[in-house]
Design a protein around this ligand. Structure first.
Ligand code: PLP
Length: 492
């Protein structure tokens, strides 16, 4: 048989993977310039016309190595502490690459598919979620959407309506902290509830949702006939890491028979730090929880998990109208134990629990990363990051030119540079921040704490190292003093 392939195939993988691996190892030395600050030629080089004639894989690999990888993202840097994102660890990335070749889909029974459920169960065990069942999706945005889809389904089923089928027919409400992630509003929009259905509950001075305010809001809405869908609490707000009082909030939700959702996209792994264990009491009251392995746990980006008590609710909320080409080949009767060909069995129908049909196996990356360092390794990493925020807080508190804007919570610390001579402290700190990130060594973001602009590092990177937090503070002081001197000489 004569086969002609129009692309590089068998026997080429090891060669190209090792070439790419070499370039990535170089990249991970972080000796290169920032992609924007350095030689911006790469943009020109990459802005080619659509090729009518291919150049072959060698040329592709070469451009990938020299021009693309070499000008990759600053997010991977050890000093990157902006937003809540980080580079995946090598173990999770090689597993993910293996999945892209070895099992293009998460369905059909095979070893990758098996690790999907195993790793979800590992996460549930590690994060103390009991026997909750999970589903992977692309990120916290979709994970929240899926959880709130479950909440919507549950609320309407209680009044005899299959809302996924017939649609929303009344004014609904989701209660969330004023510090909630805005994917809650977007989820409400996508679910047909409307962004305005999210009622923001005020926070205390530590940016935690106030249970008394929640109770009042629910009572008011009950009187006016608004239909409650969910109460959403943060275990680790994106802005400041604040952990809502989940026990009190959960009790209020349960007493009012409202679905209780916890957004732990960033901060749920904080439960591994036994010093913070108390703040997660009440997690057993939840109906749904989300966690982003691609944030604090160090998985490569594109991996979040939603956990619920009963996945059937997700099935009813998200099932498609049955499709013959899928259903026809599934042997639901014998399930996973049948000694059948893998194509006879789709395994657990994750595609009916959420919004994606085609989706890569993601569990293998989580499995790889947990298997590499274990729960103990993960606990040590989480504690190291929490310590970095605490120690930065202590340093700031003692420093005459720095002000701590909020007690550090989890691995986030919000602070700023101060001096009596500064007329506009927010603008001044914004300028410090701009100079800081241009130096490409410490890359925190900014946020607002009340009206104050804060410099806000969030330590989640597996590659970050202790000591870096103090070096960051010292750099802020150095830049602040330089800027102050410039400002004062201008006034003179
Ligand atoms: C990051 C984050 C999200 C959104 O997650 P993505 O993975 O970026 O889609 C949702 N909630 C919280 C609390 C987050 O920190």
């Amino acid at each position: 048989m004569i086969m002609t392939k129009d692309f590089a195939e068998t026997g080429q993988f090891a060669n190209y993977m090792s070439q790419i691996g070499e370039s990535l190892d170089d990249f991970l030395k972080f000796e290169h310039d920032d992609a924007l600050a350095g030689d911006a030629n790469w943009r020109e080089q990459l802005s080619e016309q659509l090729p009518q004639k291919g150049v072959g894989i060698d040329a592709v690999a070469q451009t990938l190595r020299n021009t693309v990888i070499a000008n990759g993202s600053a997010i991977v840097r050890p000093g990157f502490t902006a937003f809540i994102t980080t580079g995946g660890t090598t173990a999770s990335s090689i597993a993910s690459a293996a999945a892209s070749i070895g099992s293009p889909q998460r369905y059909t029974l095979n070893a990758f598919n098996h690790l999907e459920e195993l790793s979800l169960n590992w996460l549930a065990e590690m994060l103390e979620l009991g026997d909750m069942k999970g589903l992977y999706s692309t990120g916290g945005s979709v994970a929240n959407l899926v959880a709130l889809g479950g909440a919507r389904q549950s609320a309407f089923e209680k009044i005899g309506i299959d809302v996924a089928s017939t649609g929303v027919d009344r004014k609904c409400c989701i209660y969330a902290s004023a510090e909630c992630h805005h994917t809650i509003q977007r989820s409400a929009a996508v679910l047909g509830l409307g962004r305005q259905s999210v009622r923001l509950i005020e926070c205390d001075d530590q940016m935690r949702m106030r249970p008394d305010a929640l109770r009042r809001a629910i009572e008011e809405d009950r009187k006016s006939g608004v239909f409650p869908i969910a109460v959403v609490a943060n275990t680790g707000s994106t802005n400041t890491g604040a952990i809502d009082p989940i026990k009190e909030i959960g009790e209020i939700a349960n007493a009012n028979d409202i679905w209780f959702h916890i957004d732990g996209a960033y901060g749920l792994p904080g439960i591994l730090d036994e010093r913070l264990r108390d703040r997660f009491v009440g997690i057993e009251l939840t109906d749904s929880v989300i966690i982003d392995p691609h944030k604090w746990l160090g998985a490569c980006v594109g991996i979040a998990a939603t956990f619920v008590r009963d996945r059937d609710i997700l099935h009813r909320a998200f099932t498609q109208e049955p499709a013959d080409y899928l259903e026809g080949s599934v042997d639901h009767q014998d399930g996973a134990n049948a000694p059948s060909h893998s194509m006879d069995d789709f395994g657990i129908p994750y595609f009916d629990f959420g919004v994606e049909l085609s989706a890569p196996p993601r569990g293998v990356a989580v499995w790889a990363m947990l298997k590499e360092i274990g729960v103990e390794g993960m606990r040590d990493r989480i504690k190291r990051h929490n310590d970095m925020a605490t120690e930065l807080g202590d340093f700031v508190r003692k420093h005459p030119k720095l002000e701590l804007l909020l007690e550090p919570s989890l691995s986030i610390c919000c602070f700023r540079f101060v001096d009596d001579a500064i007329p506009d402290v927010n603008d001044f700190n914004q300028r410090i921040h701009r100079r800081l990130v241009r130096l490409n060594q410490f890359i925190p973001s900014t946020t607002k704490v009340g009206d104050a602009l804060a410099i806000r590092p969030c330590f989640v990177g597996a590659r970050s190292e202790k000591g870096q937090e103090i070096a960051l503070a010292e750099e802020v002081v150095r830049l602040g003093e330089a800027l102050l001197a410039e400002m004062l000489s201008e006034i003179d």
